[in-house]
Design a binder for this molecule. Structure first.
Ligand code: SAH
Length: 386
């Protein structure tokens, strides 16, 4: 079984690493388990769909990517319809969202003509799938967002931040101590607690610093860095910046103590340190932290709002009705089920949150203003990989 081989290979690699360097942070463990070039989870497989480990919104229905495509076209118009801009997706999976977005973008031909397509993807397997899904388009791939050339950009990231490495800290009587991954007497991986404080705990949000004994805090330096890169990029002067970013993921609107790291295989939760490289590893996204970071850099933040409310404001109800009108009875039922899955508060509608970043003073992007002034579909959090 390839899974067993991967877990054995990566397990040995991690054991050697810990034996030579000492206990490692959970961020290092996640980075190896997901991104090790030989055995990393995303590097070796297509994890999506019913046969895979989890299913994401663009894989649930074409409506998701189509509406995001129209959101991008509207933002482009709000930007003053530049003759050229970078349309960027970070972590594009199978390329489904972008393919659906570009198809919907045909409704606004000058938007498509102006778009230069960039995909930021670390997995060679997924790059191949993205190339197939986007065979009719000219695509540039990058390892990191910072490699996208300067210029106005519209950036989309769906279910990317939950896969970026996190570090965990436990509140002990002596203060915060990092939770690390070490080797047990049997040579297996196990969690231990660092004996000394770490400078990284300065990143624990202020609202969490005073949490009671026994609390767990999560920070994601990689997410903070990417939020900063996005904001700095939007604010870059002299025609090198401008545009906006749209971040969709599951998580919470407030920074609070939590222990949300989980491993998922075949749509089920799995022990985090078992079988590294064959399970998806993810953690809830701290949207308050992303928003704070972007604001500190001077960006304007919109949301977070619930995915259900966001899609409804973009007209998913009308889009579903149009698709149903041209469909048979069984297909119409599938469309109805997909609509419910994407928007119902009990499904993906509420604990998936949507955040946008723009330049200060830019108009509010579509999907955030609530005509009746209500919230955004619940407080977020709960749930996990859909
Ligand atoms: N957006 C897609 C896929 C989500 S899964 C969807 O909604 O279906 C996470 C994606 O992010 C995968 O494509 C994975 O390979 C990619 N990824 C993970 N870590 C990354 C990183 N550090 N930089 C860029 N892409 C990354």
């Amino acid at each position: 079984m390839p899974e067993a081989a991967e877990a054995a290979g990566l397990g040995r690699h991690l054991a050697n690493l810990i034996a030579s360097e000492g206990a490692i942070g959970i961020d290092r463990y996640m980075a190896e388990a997901l991104g090790n070039p030989r055995w990393g989870y995303y590097m070796t497989r297509d994890p999506f769909g019913l046969q895979g480990d989890f299913i994401t919104a663009p894989e649930v229905s074409q409506m998701f990517g189509e509406l995001i495509g129209l959101w991008c076209a509207e933002l482009w118009r709000q930007m003053g319809a530049p003759a050229e801009f970078h349309l960027v997706e970070i972590g594009p999976g199978r390329g489904t969202l972008m393919a659906d977005a570009l198809r919907a973008g045909r409704l606004v031909p000058p938007f498509l003509t102006a778009a230069r397509l960039h995909l930021v993807e670390t997995s060679p397997v997924l790059r191949t799938l993205q190339g197939t899904a986007l065979a009719d388009h000219q695509v540039s791939w990058h390892q990191h967002f910072n490699e996208v050339p300067p210029g106005p950009a519209i950036v989309v990231a769906n279910e990317l931040f939950d896969a970026l490495p996190i570090r965990q800290f436990e509140r002990t009587i002596e203060g915060w101590r990092e939770r690390l991954v070490s080797l047990g007497p049997d040579g297996g991986l196990r969690f231990v607690r660092a004996a000394q404080p770490s400078p990284a705990q300065a990143l624990i949000p202020e609202a969490v610093q005073g949490a009671p004994l026994g609390s767990v805090a999560e920070i994601s330096p990689a997410s903070i860095n990417l939020a900063r890169d996005l904001a700095e990029r939007l604010l870059a002067p002299g025609g090198e910046g401008g545009g906006g970013a749209l971040i969709v993921d599951y998580g919470s609107d407030e920074s609070r103590p939590r222990d949300t790291l989980q491993a998922v295989i075949g749509h089920h939760s799995h022990p985090v340190l078992e079988a590294p490289g064959s399970a998806d590893l993810c953690a809830h996204v701290d949207f308050a932290q992303l928003a704070r970071t972007a604001r500190e850099c001077g960006a304007q933040v919109h949301g977070p709002t619930g995915q259900g409310a966001f899609l409804e404001r973009l007209g998913i109800g009308e889009r579903a009705a149009r698709l149903k009108a041209g469909a048979g009875a069984a297909q119409a039922q599938d469309i109805e089920a997909a609509l419910a899955r994407l928007t119902d508060p009990g499904q993906m509608g509420s604990h998936f949150r949507v955040l946008a970043l723009t330049q200060p003073g830019a108009p509010e992007p579509a999907g955030f203003a609530d005509p009746d002034g209500g919230g955004g579909g619940g407080g977020g959090d709960g749930g996990g990989a859909a």
